[in-house]
Ligand binder design. Sequence first.
Ligand code: 1GP
Length: 240
Amino acid sequence: MNSVYRHIQEAIANGEKLLAVLIDPDKFPIESVVGFIKKVNTSRATHVFVGGSTVKAGVTDVLVAEIKKHTQLPIVLFPGDVTQITNNADALLFLSLISGRNPDYLIGKHVESVSKLRDMDLEVISTGYMLIENGKETAVQRVTGTHPMSRNSIQNIVDTARAGELLGMKMIYLEAGSGATHPVTSEIITLVKQELQIPLIVGGGIRNKEQLLDAYHSGADFVVIGTAFEDDESFFNDLK
Ligand code: 1GP
């Protein structure tokens, strides 16, 4: 029990940097799993995240089961909705959208999910999820009806992350949004990291090795990349 989070903590304590490949079930045909996961397995990815803002009910369950057949990497759910929770995964990021003020995404969906979680042995990792302005509207913003935090309100971003930690959240996820024009800035990552004891995840708009290394050097413990792999699988070769 609780081994995914414990391994994340141990890896960080050993100075390792973690990388998740994000698969959005809405955009990912099940026939592509074998070829795609083969590339994931030979890259430096440490985790597979599965989830999206708008996914049909039942699709995630089948996709995760198929991915699991082809990789030893931990599969972590990154759900946009309760219907995406499946016991076939190894862990669930229990995301509370602390950058927004929509009660459904702060606590409402979580209450809804409990009757489902009660019958599962899924590891649940409480995560403070923060949407940061990136230059264009993102799916998270549209679906949750919340505003991202301004890139210039750095103190507010830092304070929000720290409030998440003080509430007992186990990780903070700084999200620019899928396909973001600009990833979260180095300055924001550095200042948030300085404030936290818990692992820091950064994602959204990271498309090349330089941006990935920049996020790591700024203080990200864990980076999540989806679109860059969807658009061009040769990106995996850069990350061997
Ligand atoms: C989105 O942070 C993730 O929720 C990954 O974003 O698809 O832009 O890599 P990209």
